[in-house]
Ligand binder design. Structure first.
Ligand SMILES: [Zn+2]
Length: 239
């Protein structure tokens, strides 16, 4: 299968679903990680150009860890909108990945870029399969099965499907830690106690205790027309 995760910023996908992606990659599935914005406001010291270049490199290093292909959309951080250029770029990302399964941000996430990225991805899923919706790539032949990723630290999100990521937890952590520039940024914005690795670990442990394992990631199926798979089962993981 082809698996596509779409995150708003470099590090979002690692935070919410890199364990599941690592498991898919281990099983021989092809994984794509699409990042909508270039993270060009995420620094207390660098210029926008400098931090965008750093974050692109960090994202590439993370993708390399599981052999994922990076789709770098390069929109400005904090200024993502549900407009025609954005939809066309998302349609192309979906066409490039030709996914069986997609992971996207959900509508109750705290960050506007996350919510917009999720909404555009959800809205681009069907037009990606329409021949006369012309972008730079040809239309896909199947409509992917869509899941919302967890929200940061699990707030306002009740998972209905879990993936036990205990065996790949260290891979997920190492992928997240490739986003080294974000640790200082998060501390500068949200306080010295904030570490992205700690936030992720607490979230994975919280979902793990709900699922009866050490570490888990939680998801919700996007229950919209047309239904493309069975609810509560992540394709490839069985019952
Ligand atoms: Zn983000």
């Amino acid at each position: 299968m082809n698996i596509l995760a779409i995150g708003a910023h470099p590090d979002d996908i690692e935070m919410q679903c890199a364990g599941t992606l690592a498991l898919y990659a281990q099983q021989g599935h092809k994984v794509f990680m699409a990042v909508a914005t270039n993270g060009n406001v995420g620094s207390p010291t660098y210029s926008r150009e400098e931090i965008a270049a750093i974050r692109h490199k960090e994202q590439q290093a993370s993708c390399l860890m599981i052999g994922a292909e990076l789709i770098w959309m390069n929109f400005d951080d904090e200024w993502l909108f549900n407009d025609r250029p954005t939809r066309e770029r998302f349609i192309d990302a979906i066409r490039q990945a030709d996914p069986d399964v997609m992971f996207i941000h959900g509508p109750t996430d705290y960050h506007p870029d996350h919510r917009i990225a999720g909404q555009v991805a959800e809205d681009a899923r069907i037009p990606a399969s329409v021949r006369l919706v012309e972008t730079t790539l040809p239309h896909i032949k199947k409509i992917p099965h869509l899941f919302y990723m967890d929200n940061p630290v699990g707030l306002e999100f009740e998972p209905e499907a879990y993936v036990d990521i205990s065996t790949v937890f260290e891979t997920k952590r190492a992928m997240l830690l490739k986003h080294e520039s974000q640790d200082s940024w998060m501390r500068a914005v949200y306080g010295e106690h904030t570490s992205i690795a700690d936030m992720m670990t607490q979230n994975a442990a919280l979902r793990g205790s709900a699922a009866g394992v050490a570490y888990a990631e939680g998801f919700r199926e996007v229950k919209t027309y047309p239904r493309t798979g069975s609810f509560a089962l992540l394709p490839g993981f069985g019952r």
